[in-house]
Design a protein around this ligand. Structure first.
Ligand SMILES: Nc1ncnc2c1ncn2[C@@H]1O[C@H](COP(=O)(O)OP(=O)(O)OP(=O)(O)O)[C@@H](O)[C@H]1O
Ligand SMILES: [Mg+2]
Length: 377
């Protein structure tokens, strides 16, 4: 049997690459097709780095060629993942191998900090950055569900004779969560230094590889736990998430003040307004300002910190979080674009921060007989 290249191309014209509207020939996703005898090799470039997307594309091509061209064809698919945009060069030196640690905080709970963090991580990975995410929410770690790796556990790997934790990967994001180490439904009572120690282990005793960004999803609030976490890690900068509601804004203000206080001194990269307005999916032009209008934007102006962007309340954002498929995975939808714009602004602020300020120092906390002393390293 001699397979005809034209038939293969015609078959591939009936399917599209993940997230693309056009068929994979028209969109240019298929970069080469070679046929000899009963063998077909298809080269394809996609811009979605998730394992699922790669696998799905492969299976779909295989099935289409078998169904439409030749049932017994030996098909080989080479999938190349390419960043959709040119990314700025990311400098920084938080910890060897990890260029920047960006903390995401909120003050008030439930404003969408974890949702925003998961989407930022996915968006950064889509842009081609190497991304890690550390879920530091000791009260309610939600990242394993939001990134669909609930039930998985990090494996132990041997690095230079030392045993290290290998983060769990999905959607191009490497994840470690405090939730991997606690039982579901188990209430864990943490004190600041304990939480800081656990997080330190997840950073220093883990095999993250090279990272452009390590995002840190912090627990809500501005308490003792936050002080310990912030002081023990060299955090490049923090972003504060708020809804436009007064009560959330008051807490966001406390959050900014916390980062700015002398004993912490972490640069605030900016404020994100989440749940900025409600848009029914069937009436995307309509905007209802349920929690008030532009509250976080105004707060950013008052506090003289950059405003990084706004995300509306959309049912699919909540559903995407619950199903573990962050909305930012979509391509060319208004939502994915909103997350992309937000992500570009965060990257820009990290670049600005690194050109204007020296790296943040960690502070070593030593606990002596019940009282804690704070020493600059
Ligand atoms: N823009 C949005 N549109 C719709 N639902 C959202 C949006 N942002 C967050 N949510 C939903 O609101 C709820 C709270 O969000 P999330 O868990 O991200 O908040 P959080 O600030 O991390 O909470 P916590 O303080 O408990 O850590 C979740 O059910 C989430 O799916
Ligand atoms: Mg959370």
């Amino acid at each position: 049997m001699k397979i005809n290249k034209k038939d293969v191309i015609a078959a591939l014209e009936t399917i599209s690459a993940p997230g693309e509207g056009q068929n994979m020939i028209e969109s240019g996703a298929v970069t080469n097709v070679v046929c000899f005898a009963d063998e077909v090799v298809v080269d394809i470039t996609i811009n979605n780095p998730s394992l699922q997307a790669k696998k799905k594309t492969e299976v779909e091509i295989l099935k289409t060629i078998h169904d439409k061209v030749y049932q017994k064809a030996k098909v080989k698919v080479n999938v190349k993942v390419e960043a959709p945009e040119k990314k700025p060069e990311i400098k920084g030196k938080a910890i060897p191998g990890i260029k920047n640690i960006v903390a995401v905080a909120s003050g008030k709970g439930g404003v969408g900090k974890s949702t925003v963090t998961a989407n930022l991580a996915v968006s950064l990975a889509k842009m081609g950055f190497k991304v890690g995410l550390l879920d530091a929410d000791i009260y309610g770690p939600s990242m394993p569900i939001m990134l669909d790796v609930d039930g998985q556990r990090p494996l132990a790997v041997n690095v230079d004779g030392k045993s290290k934790m290998k983060p769990v990967e999905n959607y191009g994001v490497q994840l470690l969560s405090i939730g991997f180490f606690t039982q579901p439904n188990q209430a864990v009572i943490w004190r600041g230094p304990m939480a800081a120690k656990a997080l330190n282990q997840m950073i220093f005793d883990a095999d993250w590889g090279e990272l452009d960004f390590l995002l840190l999803d912090l627990p809500p609030g501005t308490g003792d736990i936050h002080l310990s976490i912030m002081q023990s890690l060299p955090i490049t900068g923090a972003v504060v998430v708020s809804t436009p509601q007064n009560i959330a804004l008051a807490d966001a203000k406390k959050g900014v003040a916390m980062f700015r206080q002398d004993s912490i001194n972490v640069p605030v990269l900016g404020i994100i307004e989440n749940m900025a307005y409600f848009t029914p999916e069937e009436l995307p032009e309509n905007k209802y300002y349920i929690f008030g209008k532009e509250g976080a934007k105004n707060l950013a102006e008052d506090l003289e910190v950059p405003f990084l962007g706004e995300i509306p309340i959309v049912q699919s954002i909540r559903e995407a979080g619950d199903y573990g498929r962050p909305a930012a995975l979509q391509t060319e939808t208004p939502l994915a674009e909103a997350f992309e714009e937000l992500t570009r602004n965060v990257v820009q602020e990290v670049v600005n921060r690194n050109t204007s300020l020296p790296p943040t120092e960690a502070i070593k906390i030593t606990t002596m007989a019940g009282c804690s002393a704070v020493n600059k390293k």
